[in-house]
Design a binder for this molecule. Structure first.
Ligand code: GLU
Length: 377
């Protein structure tokens, strides 16, 4: 048995707890929800702060509309989330009212968090709610989701939120109880792994790729979330959400579920945020001088150094910077859209205004919003 240490209110004060759809749906769903609210209330009474990330809008929408099968089309899924989200929140509100706790709803998209000022605004809102003693409940804003740039699932969102609020611990409550060393359905001898020091390639392999195995699609996304949290120095607990008291047990140091160590904080501030950004939407090919200045000089990227603009992107979005040989230099946020950069590439800074009729900034990408490939590995 692995001797896991207690995660006390002194050392692990601010928690992000993510609740999966499977935990909240089904005949036991409401019981689980009430029991989770009880756990959160107990954590708060210990002096901890809790941010909830709750899935279940679409599942609740299905129940309300009496659907037995989830629709396939994106517009239907978006609409289903719109039907289910208010009820999901109402149920949370009722559950927390037993403990005199108030809740707040926050709906976010990946795009929101990709914009630095929206990211900072979201953080301020969360900080304010926590200071007011309210339990923020976050879900992905499925009503406007775009498949390619969605968070993927709320596991990833919860890892981003954990670093956004500087959480001391991320808890994933799922119908998956723990990480196993093999698929427990096909390998009855499979053992749960109580502690993972580092989420590396070997650990990720344990999850497999097929969405139908245990330790699978679902597990992979848990591991990717744990990896993201680990990069921010935040430990992750994967616990059986069908047994919410497992939260208290795990915090006491009992080896329930799987604890992924927080490890060394690899990134902070803007670099962390760049590392966690959704996939860059475009590419800029830069000349040798700009490549050198970005790699060695700690410089910003000026329009003059840009040879080619690929893809469609707007101001504030993430793009890859490539050298002429096609090697990745790094990722940054652009101050101009693809259309604007196509017009001002290879041109001197002093000409920008004459060409566009205005100038946002001298730099196409400011250094503060750029991270080298080596920094993002
Ligand atoms: N945002 C989705 C919902 O609330 C999450 C679905 C899921 O990850 O299970 O339905």
């Amino acid at each position: 048995m692995h001797g896991r240490l207690p995660l006390t209110a002194q050392t692990h004060r601010r928690l992000v707890i993510k609740v999966g759809s499977a935990v909240l749906s089904g005949p036991q769903g409401r019981q689980h929800q009430l029991a989770i609210a009880a756990q959160v209330a107990a954590l708060r009474a210990e002096g901890r702060e809790v941010v909830l990330v709750s899935s279940g809008a679409q599942a609740t929408g299905m129940q309300k509309l009496g659907l037995t099968e989830k629709p396939k089309s994106l517009p239907s899924k978006r609409a289903l989330a719109a039907v289910g989200q208010p009820t999901l929140m109402l149920l949370w509100e009722q559950a927390f009212s037993w403990y005199d706790l108030k809740v707040a709803q926050i709906l976010l998209t990946a795009e929101d968090l990709a914009h630095r000022h929206r990211y900072l605004n979201a953080r301020q809102t969360l900080e304010t709610l926590l200071a007011w003693g309210i339990v923020p409940i976050i879900n992905e804003n499925d009503t406007v989701m775009v498949e390619e740039i969605k968070f993927g699932d709320n596991d990833q969102l919860s890892a981003l939120i954990a670093s956004l609020v500087g959480a001391d611990l991320l808890i994933l409550l799922s119908d998956i109880e723990a990480l196993y060393d093999a698929d427990p359905r096909t390998h009855p001898e499979a053992q749960p792994i109580p502690y993972v020091e580092r989420v590396d390639a070997e650990v990720l392999r344990m999850a497999g790729d097929s969405p139908n195995q245990v330790g699978t699609g679902g597990m992979k996304s848990k591991l990717l979330a744990a990896e993201k949290a680990q990069a921010a120095g935040i430990p992750t607990l994967l616990l059986p959400g069908t047994r919410p008291q497992s939260i208290a047990e795990a915090l006491r140091g009992e080896p329930v579920g799987t604890l992924f160590a927080g490890g060394q904080r690899r990134y902070s501030g803007r670099k962390l945020w760049l590392y966690q950004l959704p996939k860059p939407q475009g590419e800029l090919v830069v000349d040798a001088g700009a490549a050198r200045a970005l790699r060695q000089g700690g410089a910003s990227l000026l329009p003059a150094g840009i040879l080619e603009v690929r893809g469609q992107f707007g101001v504030g979005e993430a793009v890859k910077c490539l050298d002429e040989q096609g090697n990745l230099i790094g990722v940054g946020l652009v101050n101009y859209s693809a259309a604007e950069l196509s017009r001002i590439k290879r041109r001197k800074t002093r000409d920008i205004e004459a060409i566009l009729g205005y100038k946002n900034t001298d730099e196409a990408i400011h250094r503060d919003y750029f991270a080298l490939a080596s920094e993002l590995e």
